[in-house]
Ligand binder design. Structure first.
Ligand code: ZN
Length: 112
């Protein structure tokens, strides 16, 4: 990968190039998306990798802009008297003083 900050416009204009660090990422891409990437790469005379990196950069910029100032909603706090009795577990109890995870684990352990 030559330019990690590549944008689609760079593929049209063809700017500076240099060796940059890259890592292989094994991602399953739907066939129709791959066909579209192929078409864009052919139209621009670019490699598929260059097109994917350019689109990722532009998409990530959009995502970062949209998420600026956003925080995930706080996790609901389960009152102490309704918490699972397993130490360190703060999920809500559903049966026999246990949360769903620990209740199922106990059932599986007993069945075995
Ligand atoms: Zn639990």
């Amino acid at each position: 990968m030559r330019n990690p900050n590549l944008r689609l416009n760079d593929l049209v204009v063809r700017g500076k190039k240099g060796r940059e660090e890259s890592k292989l990422m094994n991602v399953k891409v739907p066939a129709n998306v791959l066909a579209r990437i192929d078409r864009v790469a052919a139209n621009l005379g670019a490699t598929k990798t260059e097109v994917v990196i350019a689109i990722l950069n532009e998409g990530l910029e959009t995502a970062e802009d949209e998420l600026r100032g956003w925080k995930p909603p706080p996790k609901p706090v389960v009152p102490k008297e309704r918490r699972c009795t397993v130490k360190g577990c703060d999920r809500e109890r559903v049966a026999k003083g246990l949360c769903a995870t620990h209740y199922q684990a106990q059932r599986r352990a007993r069945a075995a």
